[in-house]
Design a protein around this ligand. Structure first.
Ligand code: CTP
Ligand code: MG
Length: 237
C-alpha cells in the first residue's frame, strides 16, 4: 500500500521560550520542519508528506518547502493546523488521498529521526500491525504523584516498575482506516490524547512497539536545541 506521512508542525513551542513557532526555528540553518519532512521523505516507502502548518503560516511553510527540495518521488501538501496537536493531525489526515493505505504521524519537533526508524515502523504496519510505535526504555525512574495543594511538595503515591515502561516517539504508523476511525471516535467523545496510538488503544485495537532511536528525541526545551545541533555536527564530521 502507498504511504503518507502527516507532520504536525502547528505548535507554538511555548516550552522552547520566546521566538518563532518551534517548527520554523533553525537547526544548522534549516528550519526544523524541513529537517523532519526530509527525514520522512528519506524513506523510499513514503509517497506523500502532509505538513500541518501554524494556522497563519501555511504560505510561509509552503515556500520554505519549495526552497528546500524533498526527494522527487515524494509529493508535498501543506494545510493549516488547529488549537491542539490532535486537531492538527486530524486536519492533515483529512487531505490524505484515498489511495493511501498506511499513514505515519510524525512530530516536526523530532527533526533528526533516522530513516531506519521510519522504515522499521512502515515495515511493521506492512506486516499486518494496525498501529506501530517506536519506543525506548527509560533512563529515569518515574513516580506517580497524588493530589496536592498549590505550593506544597508533591506526594508520591506509586513507583511503577521501570522495566515495564517505555518512552514513545514518532513516527507512529497506522493502517489508515484504523487511524481515521480513532480520530472520529475521539472527536465524538470529546476526550483528548497526547499521542495517536493512545487513541487507537481506546478503540481496543492492538498497538505494538518497535525499537526507537536516541536521535528521534523531541526538541522541547532550550537544551534540546543544543543537543540537536551537536547531533547535526556529528553527522557532518
Ligand atoms: N502541534 C501541532 N498543533 C498544535 C500543537 C502541537 O501541530 N496545536 C505539533 C507541534 O508543532 C509538534 C508536535 O505537535 O511538532 C508535538 O508537540 P509539542 O512538542 O508539544 O510542540 P508544541 O506544542 O509546539 O510545544 P509546546 O507544547 O512547548 O508549546
Ligand atoms: Mg505542545
Amino acid at each position: 500500500p502507498r504511504t503518507a506521512a502527516v507532520i504536525p508542525a502547528a505548535g507554538r513551542g511555548v516550552r522552547l521560550g520566546p521566538g518563532a513557532p518551534k517548527a520554523l526555528r533553525m537547526l544548522s540553518g534549516i528550519p526544523m520542519l524541513v529537517h523532519a519532512a526530509r527525514a520522512l521523505a528519506a524513506s523510499r516507502a513514503v509517497h506523500l508528506v502532509v505538513v500541518v502548518a501554524p494556522p497563519d503560516g501555511a504560505a510561509e511553510v509552503k515556500s520554505l518547502l519549495d526552497a528546500h527540495a524533498l526527494p522527487e518521488r515524494a509529493d508535498v501538501l501543506v494545510v493549516p493546523g488547529g488549537e491542539t496537536r490532535q486537531e492538527s493531525v486530524k486536519l492533515g489526515l483529512d487531505v490524505v488521498p484515498p489511495d493511501i493505505g498506511i499513514v505515519l504521524v510524525h512530530d516536526a519537533a523530532r527533526p533528526l529521526v533516522p530513516v531506519e526508524t521510519v522504515d522499521a515502523v512502515i515495515d511493521a504496519v506492512r506486516d499486518g500491525a494496525p498501529a506501530v510505535v517506536p519506543a525506548l526504555p527509560l533512563a529515569d525512574t518515574v513516580k506517580e504523584i497524588g493530589p496536592c495543594a498549590p505550593g506544597e511538595p508533591e506526594p508520591v503515591v506509586a513507583t511503577p516498575d521501570r522495566a515495564r515502561l517505555r518512552a514513545v516517539q514518532t513516527p507512529q504508523g497506522f493502517a489508515r482506516a484504523v487511524l481515521v476511525r480513532a480520530h472520529e471516535t475521539v472527536a465524538v467523545s470529546g476526550e483528548g490524547a497526547t499521542d495517536d496510538a493512545g487513541m487507537v488503544e481506546r478503540l481496543g485495537a492492538p498497538v505494538v512497539l518497535v525499537p526507537g532511536h536516541e536521535e528521534a528525541f523531541k526538541v522541547t526545551r532550550p537544551l534540546d536545541l543544543v543537543l540537536a545541533e551537536a547531533v547535526l555536527a556529528r553527522r557532518r564530521a
